[in-house]
Design a protein around this ligand. Structure first.
Ligand code: LLP
Length: 443
């Protein structure tokens, strides 16, 4: 986070809280979230996207994609900064409600929402359910009819554009599970329009995640506007939701389009596409997750062991083992994601060494930072900070090797507080009835 600074003694402070204090009070590994930065990103994205829409005479809603990091406290921050909330499970829905999000400003996603989940979403008055298949239309309609309400629904379409990181492919990703094919969408929309318990809100698309440039969004928007033109012939279409996916910088080599620029490029593209076809500009919606919270998070680890491995003519590599790993950050193992690291507890003038930061789990793919240069005197007891771990680390965390999940601590103006308590070993062991049979739970 921008607030991360070295104190006079060389130790890192995040949000004005020193890492030594964080280690003493909460232990490691520890997820640290800078509240001020989450709020600033939420507000910044909200203002940039709404501003871009308003420049064309329409408006935009910005939903926080809770899958990136879901907790009641974070929901409170982002909704206070003007965001709506996007959820994709019962658990996310309940957390968002607990965080005070207005259900009328929530969207519900998923390719296989359970009937009980749909029931609950409709019961609490969810603003939009994003339909992912024709089958689901009938399910939602039946529940809404039984409850005597009219449910607003969107249709998620697969535009055939899937932009993933640097790899932007035009049609190769039609073969995936989400959404209704573009050419089948008019049939689904016609069906929705004839059902009295449903209101058609508009079209949704999402082309991928960690996208750096505007090209994929622009291509997808142009395909969606073509569909929008077709659908307008049969009735109103109030909103086009273009999903999330805006990339963030994980390491210094990541080159991004600055956010306000990207937002305008995408919104301008939709406006242009509508203009050339002589169509009214609809309201727009977006669902950023990673770009709201990713850079506001840091994971703190303690170094346990170091080991030098010779790479022959290529020199040496210092393996630095920390007290977490793929259970608190699965992204390197899952996606080959790249991170960086710093010694957080002190500075050093030692010559940098090529380092691989690895976790404590029982597999060699348990990598936290694949390659980094750290001072060659990095040693057991040092604290390492891995930045940009706010998104999809805590939310993808696991108990692999019976590891308890770390706590999440929010820092702000020199104060730290736990917003998600860490698991204890007892928490992890408690579900195994062979270890701790609770009275009456065994035959
Ligand atoms: N809307 C929809 C419908 C989505 O499926 C997603 C992400 C988002 C919004 C938010 O995307 P974002 O702005 O955060 O990129 N676990 C992966 C990312 C999976 C994204 C899934 N859907 C990772 O760690 O990179």
């Amino acid at each position: 986070p921008a607030s991360a600074q070295r104190d006079a003694d060389g130790a890192l402070a995040i949000g004005g809280v020193g890492v030594a204090e964080l280690r003493t009070k909460y232990g490691t590994p520890l997820y640290v979230l800078d509240e001020t930065e989450v709020r600033a990103h939420a507000r910044g994205m909200h203002d940039a996207l709404r501003g871009a829409a308003q420049a064309h005479g329409t408006d935009a809603r910005v939903y926080y994609a809770g899958k990136a990091f879901m907790s009641a406290e974070v929901v409170r921050w982002v909704t206070e900064e003007g965001l709506c909330v996007d959820v994709c499970s019962r658990g996310e829905l309940e957390t968002a409600l607990a965080g005070g999000a207005d259900p009328a400003r929530m969207g519900y996603h998923g390719n296989n929402k359970r009937v009980s989940e749909l029931e609950r979403a409709i019961e609490v008055g969810i603003g939009a359910i994003v339909v992912d298949s024709a089958i689901e239309i009938e399910r939602i309609a039946a529940i809404a009819a039984r409850r005597g309400v009219v449910q607003r629904v969107f249709v998620r379409v697969n535009t055939g554009v899937h932009a993933e990181t640097h790899d932007f492919l035009a049609t190769a990703h039609e073969d995936q599970k989400f959404g209704v094919p573009l050419d089948a969408a008019p049939v689904s929309v016609a069906r929705i329009r004839e059902i009295p318990s449903l209101e058609f809100g508009g079209i949704h698309c999402h082309i991928g995640s960690q996208i750096f440039g505007a090209a994929g969004f622009v291509e997808s928007a142009s395909r969606v506007v073509e569909l929008y033109a077709t659908l307008l012939a049969g009735g109103p279409v109030s909103t086009l939701n273009l999903g999330g996916g805006f990339g963030i910088a994980y390491t210094r080599v990541d080159q991004l389009t600055p956010f306000p620029e990207l937002a305008s490029a995408v919104v301008d593209a939709v406006a242009r596409e509508c203009e050339v076809r002589g169509l009214p500009l609809p309201e727009l919606a977006f669902e950023p997750g990673r770009s709201v919270i990713g850079q506001a998070g840091v994971t703190l680890y303690e170094v346990g062991t170091t080991k030098n491995v010779s790479l022959g003519e290529r020199g040496d590599r210092l393996y630095v083992s920390v007290d977490g790993g793929m259970s608190d950050n699965a992204r390197p193992a899952l996606y080959g994601a790249q991170y960086s690291a710093r010694i957080a507890s002190r500075t050093s003038d030692e010559v940098p060494a090529l380092v691989r930061v690895v976790g404590s789990h029982c597999e060699s793919g348990d990598i936290v930072v694949d390659h980094e240069y750290l001072p060659g005197d990095v040693t057991p007891g040092d604290l390492l900070a891995v930045p940009a771990t706010g998104a999809y680390c805590y939310s993808l965390s696991s108990n692999y090797n019976q590891a308890p999940r770390p706590a999440v601590v929010a820092v702000r103006d020199g104060e730290a507080r736990v917003i998600v308590r860490g698991e204890t070993l007892e928490d992890v062991l408690a579900r195994d009835l062979g270890i701790a049979p609770a009275p009456g739970t065994r035959a």
